[in-house]
Design a protein around this ligand. Structure first.
Ligand code: NAP
Length: 409
């Protein structure tokens, strides 16, 4: 499709890409530049392999994080957010966030300001990546983590602040709740609207991809009106929006003796701590998992470890108007500029981007080429230390090996 501006548009929520779309990228801090260079090489090779010269991405650099501050004087310039909105899909490397002090997370700010409410993290095993599991191939899950609220909403005050004192006084005088005077305070909002749109997207994904279940992960036995409400609203949206295509676990056993009728998705729920056990012990029972923000952050890293670590875990932040694709891991500052780390996570996030814009032929080639590269024993340090006999190569060389496989077809 011709489009002089290269602008991706949305039709009924589905992105429609021109043949030469402009896609913004943020290089990222720390290892960001190394993994972005590697990912770009592989993404361009996948598009060329799938479409010849008929389609090509026109990458456009936008700025955030430390480079953003150097170039524009701002860690998150408004032009960056505007460019993501305009171009609908963007990709980013990791950005630094100081712990316990300094500015709030730029990653969280991007997600909140663009209302990218679904953090989507597929976790699949790529043979023969070393894994601590006996049967890592049994893990094939997609985590839908709510991305805009919960304890990540950023509503918190240090123990010695006037605001914390005011909140403590309010709680004591109006609600009869006494807190120790040296308590820092954070607020955990979970809303019906944000829960329902997240769970709705998770169910739609399960239906589109023929997946058997959506599990609502929560800690509702303890946090009844936040996590418990997430569970209740999750079931409610399944009933309201997908009445014919969903069935609860209880109804499945009562009516169908536990065997899922074709075309239906079972909606079940698990308490968070128990789910951590079950994804280890019985991973085949879970396909899509929908969960509030904090649970989702913990679970997706734990699942990533089960299939071989953060170096291979992709992610996307998706809203109704745009999406930002990013690696699950951080900036790994001790490896910055060393051309050393595994770019697999950002490469696979890029494959998700290609799928999002409808370029499935290119997207599908990437995991296959990555798998063949690892299987032939060409790997970065993180995999080499667990794969006896493998050849340890730099980040850039690993990417070149994948790109060559893509070119070979
Ligand atoms: P991290 O950057 O993810 O790194 C932790 C460790 O994970 C590394 O030391 C390395 O392990 C391994 N690792 C991470 N990426 C890897 C890769 N591509 N290939 C191979 N191994 C990899 O976590 P962190 O040290 O906690 O966080 C550093 C900074 O990143 C913080 O400022 C944090 O806020 C930020 N962060 C940003 C994002 C984001 O932008 N979305 C996400 C998470 C964290 P070994 O040392 O064992 O080799």
């Amino acid at each position: 499709m011709e489009d002089a501006n290269g602008i991706i548009t949305l039709e009924n929520g589905h992105p429609i890409a021109p043949d030469f779309p402009v896609i913004p990228f943020i290089e990222g801090d720390g290892i960001g530049p190394d993994i972005w260079r590697a990912a770009r090489l592989v993404l361009d090779a996948a598009v060329a392999a799938a479409y010849g010269g008929r389609r090509k991405i026109r990458w456009k650099e936008i700025f955030a994080g430390e480079k953003g501050f150097r170039v524009t004087g701002s860690y998150l310039p408004p032009e960056t957010l505007a460019a993501i909105k305009t171009h609908v899909a963007a990709i980013k490397g990791p950005l630094t966030t100081p712990v316990g002090e300094g500015f709030r997370s730029i990653n969280v700010a991007i997600r909140q300001q663009l209302d990218l409410y679904a953090c989507v993290r597929p976790v699949r095993y790529i043979d023969p990546v070393p894994s601590p599991m006996k049967h890592p191939e049994a893990i094939d899950m997609v985590v839908f983590r709510e991305n805009t609220e919960d304890l990540y909403a950023g509503i918190e005050w240090p123990a010695d602040s006037d605001a914390a004192e005011e909140v403590r006084t309010f709680l004591k005088s109006r609600l009869g709740v006494a807190l120790p005077p040296d308590s820092g305070i954070g607020i955990k909002p979970i809303s019906e609207k944000n829960t329902k749109r997240l769970v709705s997207r998770a169910i739609a994904y399960a239906l589109e991809n023929g997946l058997p279940s959506v599990t609502l992960m929560h800690k509702g036995n303890i946090m009844k009106y936040t996590e418990g409400a997430f569970r209740a609203w999750g079931y409610a949206v399944a009933r309201e929006v997908f009445p014919a295509q969903t069935i609860t676990e209880a109804a499945l056993y009562e009516q169908y003796d536990g065997s899922l009728p074709a075309g239906k998705v079972v909606i079940k729920d698990r308490i968070a701590d128990m789910l951590f056990q079950q994804v280890l012990l019985r991973p085949r029972e879970f396909s899509v998992i929908a969960t509030p923000n904090l649970n989702g952050d913990y679970l997706s890293d734990a699942l990533a470890a089960q299939v071989g670590g953060l170096g291979m875990a992709p992610g996307a932040n998706i809203g109704d108007a745009c999406a930002v694709f990013e690696a699950t891991h951080g900036t790994a500052p001790k490896y910055a500029g060393m051309d050393k780390v595994n770019p697999g996570s950002l490469i696979l996030s890029g494959a998700m981007l290609l799928e999002y814009i409808g370029w499935k032929e290119a997207a599908l080639r990437i995991p296959a080429a990555l798998q063949r590269t690892i299987a032939q024993g060409t790997v970065t340090y993180d995999l080499a230390r667990q794969l006896p006999g493998a050849e340890k190569v730099p980040c850039s060389e690993f990417a070149r090996a994948i790109a060559e496989k893509l070119a070979d077809g």
